[in-house]
Design a protein around this ligand. Structure first.
Ligand code: NI
Length: 187
């Protein structure tokens, strides 16, 4: 997800130590692979931790505040999120499950797979989630507002759902042709 409210707060990756991680190519809507349902991760091993680290690097570099494995064409239930201003609160959720949701908030959303498009989506304002951490241990957390929205947005990706699917058919078709035209122009 891209945060439309604070786009200038994520201008560089200078503060992020990249080590030996790699930037991964991000699938662009309407790539059909974005509609793949992700599989449960059976073992949180070094390959999964490596993928999570590469995804975090890719998210920070984009820059974005959330990225799902689906978006880098790895169809596993893994998301990374950091809504902090100084990239200090990296949250990795493996096999996330929504336990509760409540409230409602309406906000502009953007997505690294739908560049340049920001649209209003209504979501729950509070969520409770269970997931595995990078150590393979389960944990539960509550999230509100932007973090709750971001978790829901990224969890949608794992179901093969892109945020533009909440919009009207007409709006979605417009976005699709705009992005297809842009893709042709950059070839
Ligand atoms: Ni997204």
């Amino acid at each position: 997800m891209i945060c439309p409210i604070l786009p200038d707060k994520y201008p560089c990756i200078n503060s992020f130590k990249s080590g030996f991680m790699a930037l991964l190519p991000i699938l662009r809507y309407p790539d059909p692979r974005l509609h793949t349902k992700a599989s449960v991760i059976a073992n949180v091993d070094d390959d999964v931790r490596r993928l999570a680290a590469d995804m975090a690097e890719t998210m920070y570099a984009a820059p974005g505040i959330g990225l799902a494995a689906t978006q880098v064409d790895r169809h596993l239930r893994l998301i990374v999120i950091d809504i902090s201003e100084d990239k200090s609160r990296l949250l990795t959720l493996i096999n996330p499950e929504l336990l509760e949701k409540s409230g409602e908030c309406e906000g502009e959303e953007g997505c690294l797979s739908v560049p340049g498009i920001y649209e209003t989506v209504t979501r729950a304002s509070h969520v409770r989630v269970r997931a595995l951490g990078l150590d393979g241990k389960p944990f539960e957390m509550r999230a509100d507002d932007l973090l709750a929205v971001c978790i829901q947005h990224e969890m949608d990706h794992l179901e093969g759902k892109v945020f533009v699917e909440y919009l009207s058919r007409l709006k979605r078709e417009r976005i699709k042709s705009k992005l297809q035209k842009r893709a042709r122009e950059t070839l």
